[in-house]
Design a protein around this ligand. Structure first.
Ligand SMILES: [Cu+2]
Length: 362
């Protein structure tokens, strides 16, 4: 009776502790009960990582139990007795046994490696253009974010090519010195090339510019609106130093680097879908200078229908603010997951730190 009572007690406590870890909203029982501390994600990629984590921990526990049994059994039951006068039977050089414990770890490693590769491939998967519902250009800069809609094909709303060609041409021009400018400085001869691959340090032509952009300011956290149930592609760039785009609920982050092409960086990632509506905080996850900690944004995921209305409103009202567009579709106009920091940083930057060109110096 005592043993059964103890067993029931242990099982009860285990059940409580394990279910206490659960924060899950999807309906698979193993996700609702055993995530072993892995955070809850809102994308299929995050779910895949968590499932692999759960399987890994369970496999480790099974191996752990076997190893503990092999350790503690002889410690307890094979102790030297007073009547023992000789060594017990020695069993080293047992070839079948040695083969088993050589091969078994390889099998375990192979299984874990296979699972890692499969999960990693899913997380890093880039599907072709026509499967992407929304492409967002993310530009990180000291110390805020700019989001541009490069492509939208969701619930009737459409942006086929959101590139702001005029801004791109402008950036292209700013990166080179014309003959006239050189002559104005009193220099002769053909226009001298800039020091960085022939371009000037002021060259920002590698950045993406879009007709529909959301830019954060010191007073306003930028809200990136995205639809649920849609494949989204993120293209990351930095206008100055290295930053990192991190939405904790994606359980994923990727560095935003200046000139990713020249730096051989894969600056694109996709999520197969965002599975839940809501407001999720986003952060810069790469120490990027004085106000790094204030580099927050908000991911606002809404239904595809609401998203389509939001895009159509912004197309029809190009002068309207993002807050006005959010209000127009009955969404909270400002970030709800985080708020602007009171830093007085506007004092340190005369222009208020809300345009990229003014913050691009490094
Ligand atoms: Cu940063």
């Amino acid at each position: 009776m005592a043993r059964q009572g103890a067993l029931a007690g242990v099982l009860g406590i285990l059940g409580l502790v394990l279910s206490g870890c659960s924060l899950h909203t999807d309906n698979k029982w193993w996700n609702q009960t055993i995530n072993f501390g892995f955070p809850t994600g809102i994308t299929p990629e995050a779910t895949a990582m968590r499932e692999f984590w759960t399987l890994t921990v369970i496999a480790s526990l099974i191996i752990g139990v076997i190893v503990w049994a092999l350790m503690f059994y002889p410690m307890i039951f094979n102790r030297k007795k007073a009547t023992d006068t000789e060594f017990p039977r020695q069993t080293q050089y047992n070839v079948p046994l040695e083969l088993i414990y050589t091969i078994l770890p390889f099998v375990i490693i192979s299984v874990l490696f296979y699972g890692t590769v499969v999960t990693l491939n899913k997380v890093h998967e880039i599907r072709p253009e026509d499967e992407v519902g929304v492409r967002v250009d993310v530009t990180a800069y000291q110390w805020n974010w700019k989001f541009g809609y490069n492509k939208v094909d969701v619930a009737g709303a459409e942006i086929a090519d959101g590139t702001d060609q005029a801004a791109k041409d402008e950036a292209e021009k700013a990166g080179t010195r014309s003959k006239e400018e050189q002559e104005a400085e009193g220099l002769e001869g053909p226009a001298a090339p800039g020091p960085i691959h022939g371009r000037l340090p002021s060259d920002k032509s590698y950045l993406e510019y879009n007709n529909m952009e959301t830019v954060g300011t010191s007073e306003e956290v930028p809200v990136l609106v995205l639809p649920t149930d849609t494949r989204v592609e993120f293209r990351l760039n930095s206008a100055d130093v290295i930053h990192s785009f991190w939405v904790p609920e994606f359980v994923f982050k990727l560095d935003a680097m200046p000139a990713p092409g020249h730096n051989q960086q894969q600056n694109v990632f996709q999520v197969a879908s965002i599975d839940r509506e809501g407001a999720f905080v986003g952060r810069c996850a790469e120490m990027c200078g004085t106000y790094h900690a204030m580099m927050n944004f908000e991911l606002r995921s809404v239904s595809p229908e609401t998203f389509a209305k939001y895009i159509e409103f912004r197309q029809a009202n190009p002068e309207a603010t993002n807050a006005e567009a959010l209000s127009a579709v009955d969404e909270a106009p400002y970030a709800t997951s985080t708020e602007p920091f009171k830093t007085g940083r506007a004092d340190t930057r005369a222009d208020g730190n809300n345009t990229i060109s003014n913050n691009a110096s490094n």
